[in-house]
Design a protein around this ligand. Structure first.
Ligand code: SF4
Length: 211
């Protein structure tokens, strides 16, 4: 286990159902992300509160209260963000504490170093990927980043993880893409072998525009 790894916890949300894949889950929301999406909820959270850096043992102590729910429903802990895979070493250390009894899932944009994804492949059961858009230019305009790494990591994920363990969210993003772009993203993702693709729309709040 990596010594001294910590996680920048913004908050825990217990007893979630239907949002983080199978079973009852606790969401551990973390700070930090390499992207700068226009309508980012994490920006708002960071503006409101500072993260608390906690050790894997501390997170285990705080989440084990729902152990029976997790085991009875096939649920567990979902790491969200922010970009959860920036903390892949932490998730690996947390996995050593939980053993295989809990499902560990990770919400990610996949815009992370390939080494981080490799670490996650060994300890994460289910990946929930917010893909933004598969179009490089729309992606750049909305996130400020390049999606080359995302495409490479998607290919790795498609090879390494059964499709039922990957959920990909392809949003309609106000002012940045349209339904046709959403459909194009879905087509490319299906051609790559992914089958759990959720099309949905971001809801832009007025206060987001000010952040
Ligand atoms: S990937 Fe998520 S956390 Fe990161 S900037 Fe975009 S919306 Fe925010």
């Amino acid at each position: 286990m990596a010594d001294g790894v910590t996680f920048p916890l913004l908050g825990l949300s217990r007893l979630r159902m239907g949002t983080d894949g199978k079973g009852v889950t606790t969401l551990a929301a973390g700070a930090g992300c390499p992207l700068r999406c226009r309508w980012c909820i994490n920006k708002r959270l960071l503006a409101e509160k500072q993260p608390e850096w906690i050790a894997p043992e501390e997170l285990f102590e705080r989440t084990r209260i729902d152990n029976l729910y997790f085991q009875a429903t096939g649920g567990g802990v979902c790491f969200g963000g922010g970009e959860s895979l920036l903390h892949a070493d932490f998730i690996a250390a947390f996995r050593e504490l939980t053993g295989g009894a809990w499902k560990l899932s990770a919400e990610t944009s996949l815009n992370v170093p390939e080494a981080a994804l490799q670490t996650a492949l060994a300890c994460v059961d289910e990946f929930i990927v917010d893909i933004k858009s598969m179009d490089a230019e729309i992606y750049r305009r909305y996130t400020g980043g390049d999606n080359g790494l995302v495409l490479r990591n998607l290919e790795t994920l498609a090879r390494a993880v059964p499709p039922e363990n990957v959920k990909i969210r392809a949003p309609l993003i106000p002012q940045y893409n349209d339904a046709a772009d959403q459909q194009r993203s879905e087509t490319i993702l299906r051609e790559m072998g992914f089958s759990r693709i959720e099309l949905f729309a971001y809801v832009k709040r007025e206060e987001d525009a000010a952040l």
